[in-house]
Structure formats: C-alpha cells, structure tokens
Write a protein that binds this ligand. Structure first.
Ligand code: DX5
Ligand code: ZN
Length: 233
C-alpha cells in the first residue's frame, strides 16, 4: 500500500540549509523555490547530543518570515522537550527528535503535535528500527539517518536501505500512515537506492549547495527521484 501523502511523481527533495552559503541564504532559497522546491531541512545541533553547533530558534523565525516553504526542523539536541514549543512558535512545520535523545518519545511526539507541527522520530545508524515500534502508530514521519549525525558531507551508510524497506513493509501491514524520510550522504549516486527502498522525503545538503549551480543540482536530484519512483511501480 502506498502512503497517500507521498508525491505521485517522486520523493520530495528537502535541501539541508546546513550546506548553504548563510550570507546568501534568502537568495539561495528563492532560487530553489523557483525550481519547485517545497521543503527546507533545518539541522539544529547543540554541541552536546552531537559534536557540532549549528543554528537555532532565531534562524527558524527568520526563515519563516522569508519563505512559505515547509520548514522541516531536525533537532539533534539533548532534552528536545524543552525546545519543542519554541521551534513551533518560531514557525516550524515539522519537528523531528532523536529516539536516542528522547527517553519519553511518546510524550515528546504528542507535544510536537499539540504545538501544531507534524511529529517525527529519528534513528541513528546504530539504532534498530524496533526501538520505534511503540510510537510508529502516532508518528507523522520517521527519519532514518544514513550518516552519524553532526556534520554534512559524510559518506552514505547503506544500512539505512533495509531500515527504510522494513519500515515501509510494517506500515503497509499495519495500516500506519507515517512518511519515510532519509538524511545524510545523498547525491545522484545514492538517491535512486533510497527512493527504491521507500524514502518519500530525501534530505540533501552537500550535493545541492556545494555545487556550482544549486538549482540545477536540485532539479537533477528530483529527476533521479522521479525515475526511481517509476521503477518501483
Ligand atoms: C547531518 C544532518 C544532515 C546533513 C546532510 O547531521 O542531519 O541533514 O546536513 O548533509 P549532506 O547531504 O551533506 O550529507
Ligand atoms: Zn538533518
């Protein structure tokens, strides 16, 4: 059974602004929007849950004022419950939290939904999908990491593929509705594999922004995702 929210012609490509040129962020977002981009992936890191620091609530607030694109906020932070409301108020549309950082994941996902956002659960490469079993019925999306979180530009870890496949099978068997997202190391060489494995939202940072023409790179990824979707049917 196909997820009713999936794009009919291919997975959604969510550019990760972590790899963008922050001095030209508004301009780069406008270019992507002109190419049909509908979602931005926002990587929030706290230097504690992951060994890197990035951006936080004020940047999400500015993005919200600058664009109507869907803002997908990936919280790579300890104690995410403390910040859910602030990200929602700043204008996030989707908020995901790591299973490894959220001991009360059921409560955290419920809080995200109560704040008016779509709620996602994320698992690291070393975390089995079984750890999400009890929250899958209420998750709006599941994000499978295909790199260890903390940095852009890392190499794709292929164990994400079987996780996507198995999550998709369980969803079909049980009639659940979460969307499947994948994040890390995705470019033209790997996008076909993740889409064929079931990814419906594909995050891409380096392979879009660290290229001479991000708009063209986005379009190529989308075309590759469309081709891979056609091969699935
Ligand atoms: C990694 C982040 C990713 C990262 C993806 O911790 O969650 O979203 O920015 O970047 P690339 O596409 O460069 O692997
Ligand atoms: Zn991310």
């Amino acid at each position: 059974m196909r997820n009713p929210r999936a794009r009919p012609n291919g997975a959604e490509i969510a550019p990760s602004i972590l790899a963008a040129d922050f001095s030209r962020l508004g301009e780069q977002i406008a270019e992507l929007k002109a190419a049909g981009c509908q979602m931005l992936h926002v990587d929030v890191m706290d230097g504690h849950f992951v060994p890197n620091l990035t951006i936080g609530v004020p940047v999400v607030r500015s993005l919200r004022q600058a664009t109507d694109l869907t803002l997908d906020c990936h919280l790579m932070i300890s104690e995410p419950d403390r910040y859910v409301e602030a990200f929602a108020a700043a204008g996030a549309d989707m908020i995901s939290v790591h299973q490894e950082a959220a001991p009360h994941l059921d409560r955290t996902l419920a809080a995200i939904r109560a704040a008016g956002c779509r709620a996602g659960a994320v698992i690291n490469p070393a975390t089995p999908i079984e750890t999400l079993a009890e929250v899958l019925p209420q998750a709006d999306f599941v994000l499978v990491m295909s790199v260890n979180p903390g940095f852009g530009g890392q190499q794709f870890l292929p164990n994400a593929l079987s996780k996507l496949r198995r999550l998709g099978e369980q969803r079909a068997d049980r009639g659940w509705h979460f969307q499947l997202e994948v994040d890390g190391g995705i470019g033209l060489d790997t996008i076909g594999d993740v889409v064929r494995a079931g990814a419906e939202i594909v995050v891409a940072g380096t392979s879009i922004f660290h290229t001479p023409n991000p708009r063209e790179s986005f379009e190529k990824l989308r075309r590759a995702a469309e081709l891979a979707t056609a091969e699935k049917v």
